[in-house]
Ligand binder design. Structure first.
Ligand SMILES: NC(=O)c1ccc[n+]([C@@H]2O[C@H](COP(=O)([O-])OP(=O)(O)OC[C@H]3O[C@@H](n4cnc5c(N)ncnc54)[C@H](OP(=O)(O)O)[C@@H]3O)[C@@H](O)[C@H]2O)c1
Length: 284
């Protein structure tokens, strides 16, 4: 049985499409609030999972900065509660890390040293450490600039830009000095499904291939949609935010490349498919 936590979020919205309807248990808050150890224990006792994909997290980076106790309780202690049950039930644990653990320019490999500068990234890195110290049968997959969820769930940058273009907004501003690696949530789950069959436990980067700025993504969305929206390139000091952002959360799937197993496609291809899916949903 496969147990997924945080299954109602952006990534979890592709769980059934990728893993099917059989032998899967989709959980989320409040039924399985990962900060409540008793609830976590109860669900494990009921499901007895062999594999757990742990997606539940507080992903609002600015909320994490303003409420660090909430961030660490959810992203670190919540992960500890899940990892302890995985240990008890001898289940394989899959944890999703983030490229925002890095604080340097450029594209990062698994061999670069993390140095998180915001509470969200710190709490997620502590989650990684817990998984690594409690378990042997684990996978940590770091992602970056997640894309997914469609109109209903995508409240992030890409969703907003698609929406603005479809509404015919004249101008949008996008920052040119923050870089990342767009990761289509559907590709991430497909990659996880394929890779966890191999038994090569450990920490991996699993983004779509490439590096770009938010400005590059916005330009590409406008081009794919064929809209007249003008994209204005600005620096991040134009948008002061509570949480500091790293100059680059871009990730390279370096270990998978070295192993000859990098199954991910370039980010532009995935973005095209995502926008096609969005349009199909709109026309349905
Ligand atoms: N989004 C990104 O850009 C990004 C990048 C790299 C890595 N990741 C990681 O990828 C994973 C999946 O992220 P996502 O993009 O799917 O995030 P998401 O859309 O925010 O989904 C997270 C889910 O977890 C739920 N949740 C929050 N607190 C919980 C709790 N205490 N107990 C149980 N469930 C709880 C959320 O419910 P509510 O909505 O009701 O709070 C939501 O359904 C996370 O581990 C995240 O850190 C995300």
């Amino acid at each position: 049985m496969l147990l997924i936590t945080g299954a109602h979020g952006m990534v979890g919205s592709y769980a059934k499409e990728v893993f099917g309807n059989e032998n899967i248990y989709l959980s989320d808050i409040p039924e399985m609030d990962i900060t409540d150890q008793n609830k976590v224990k109860k669900i494990f006792a009921k499901v007895k999972p062999k594999v757990v994909i742990h997606l539940a997290a507080e992903t609002d980076v600015d909320r994490c900065e303003k409420e660090p106790d909430h961030a660490f309780r959810t992203n670190t202690i919540g992960t500890q509660n899940v990892a302890l049950e995985c240990y008890k039930y001898d289940a394989v644990m899959v944890y999703i890390g983030t490229g925002s653990v890095f604080n340097t320019e450029g594209i990062h490999t698994e061999y670069d040293e993390p140095n998180p500068i915001c509470v969200y990234a710190k709490s997620k890195l502590e989650g990684e450490k817990i998984v690594q110290s409690f378990l042997q049968k684990y996978y940590i997959f770091r992602a970056s600039f997640m894309i997914g969820g469609g109109r209903a769930k995508d409240k992030k940058f890409v969703g907003k830009i698609i929406q603005f273009c479809l509404e015919g907004k004249k101008e949008i501003m996008a920052v040119n000095d923050k870089h990342g690696t767009p990761t289509f949530a559907k590709d991430l789950l497909k990659g996880i499904k394929e890779f966890i069959m191999t038994g090569n436990y450990g920490l991996y980067h699993l983004g779509n291939n490439g590096i770009c700025s938010r400005y590059d993504i916005a330009k590409k969305i406008v081009e794919i949609i064929g809209s007249d929206t003008k994209v204005i390139s600005v620096t991040s000091d134009k948008f002061p935010l509570p949480a500091p952002r790293t100059p680059s959360e871009a990730i390279r799937n370096y270990k998978l490349e070295l192993m000859g197993m990098n199954m991910m496609r370039p980010w532009v291809e995935s973005l095209k498919e995502y926008i096609e899916d969005w349009r199909k949903e709109d026309n349905a």
